[in-house]
Design a protein around this ligand. Structure first.
Ligand code: ZN
Length: 370
């Protein structure tokens, strides 16, 4: 918990012109400042900031608040994250108050899981880009599928070697707590107490939380291997709750804001391929079928959702289910089905960005269901 003393220090230092001005171009107008509202589309500015009252108000859409609510609204921070952002900006050291033993363990566990995930992500990236095995087996496969190096690096895609304990040994050598390793899903227990890598020989898609930290992974078989399921995903733990995250949201949120539209696809590779094609307002439900919580996350950014699923029978079924749920959440939903046994990933690679965008724009009209 952040101490009341620290909160007091932060709030006394806040300069709302400075904070809002970081995100909105403001011009002085009398005692107030004026700019284009970041919360709705407008051509003439009606977003007013008062340095005296320390508040902002938009006369177009009615949004109003103070510096902290601005950060929560604009950056999608929660209260504590907003305070931490402000503390960092004003070089205020955060003093934490006593927490209960249960809270302490939870925080410690979460911090450890983040640290393990961070280490593992770096390890997987190095294996993919620098090791012979990674380059020969995994990187060549990704490149064959059309992924370029920049996009692989942006999404921090990696590779877990075939060796039974490649990652486990590196984690243990770096003093990570062995009892926490299985919680991350990266490491499994065999024969009682032996620790081994869980994602051997798989391509690794890190899943980023809203602040960019790695909270989990999707591990995919290479090619059409019949070794186990196509994807293994992180189990539920202190930092990863699959129904409450959207794959790609960390990279997509600015583009979603700007387009005022979110594209929803099914898979990790769909998100990455569309980003590579310059279509960045896209997220995936990832290792789960779409949940109401995920739709509520989308609603924080935009009211306009376009579901882009495969046109096969499983895709149609999933799309119709998503459509129903999204309508129930009050979103404006449109549906696009990708033809001819393709998915968004393969289709954008086949036809290119312009044709893909045109297809989505036309198909969208055809599939409006109201
Ligand atoms: Zn507004």
């Amino acid at each position: 918990m952040i101490s009341p003393n620290t909160i007091q220090q932060i709030t006394s230092r806040i300069d709302i012109i400075d904070i809002v001005g970081e995100f909105v171009k403001l011009k002085k107008r009398g005692t107030n400042y004026l700019g284009n509202c970041p919360f709705h589309n407008e051509k003439s500015p009606s977003f007013t900031v008062s340095p005296v009252k320390e508040i902002y108000k938009c006369f177009g859409c009615g949004k109003s608040g103070n510096s902290i609510t601005f950060l929560m609204e604009h950056e999608k921070y929660n209260y504590v994250e907003a305070l931490r952002w402000l503390a960092a900006r004003y070089n205020i050291e955060i003093e934490e108050t006593e927490t209960s033993p249960e809270q302490k363990i939870l925080v410690q566990t979460s911090d450890s899981l983040y640290a393990i995930n961070h280490f593992a992500q770096k390890f997987f990236s190095e294996q993919l880009l620098d090791s012979e095995e990674g380059k020969n087996i995994a990187l060549s496969y990704l490149q064959e599928r059309g992924f370029r190096k920049e996009i692989i690096e942006k999404f921090q895609i990696g590779y877990n070697p075939e060796n039974r304990t490649a990652l486990t040994a590196a984690l243990l050598a770096n003093q990570f707590n062995p009892t926490l390793l299985p919680k991350t899903g990266l490491v499994a227990t065999r024969n009682g107490d032996e620790l081994v890598d869980n994602y051997r020989g798989r391509i690794i898609f890190p899943i980023h939380g809203n602040t960019g930290k790695v909270i989990g992974f999707g591990a995919r078989v290479i090619g059409k291997s019949d070794r186990g399921p196509k994807y293994i995903n992180t189990p539920e733990n202190e930092v990863y709750s699959k129904s409450k995250i959207l794959y790609g949201s960390y990279f997509a949120r600015m583009a979603i804001d700007k387009a005022d539209e979110c594209l929803l696809v099914e898979g990790y590779t769909d998100v990455v391929s569309l980003h590579q094609a310059g279509i960045e307002n896209v997220v995936a439900s990832g290792g789960t079928s779409l949940t109401t919580e995920q739709l509520r996350l989308i609603k924080k950014y935009t009211q306009n959702l376009t579901i882009i699923y495969d046109g096969d029978s499983a895709g149609v079924k999933a799309a119709l289910r998503g459509l129903d749920m999204a309508l129930e959440e009050g979103l404006n939903v449109r549906l696009v089905l990708i033809p001819d046994n393709e998915d968004p990933d393969s289709y954008v690679n086949k036809v290119g960005t312009t044709a893909f965008n045109e297809f989505v724009a036309t198909a969208k009209k055809d599939f409006i269901i109201f």
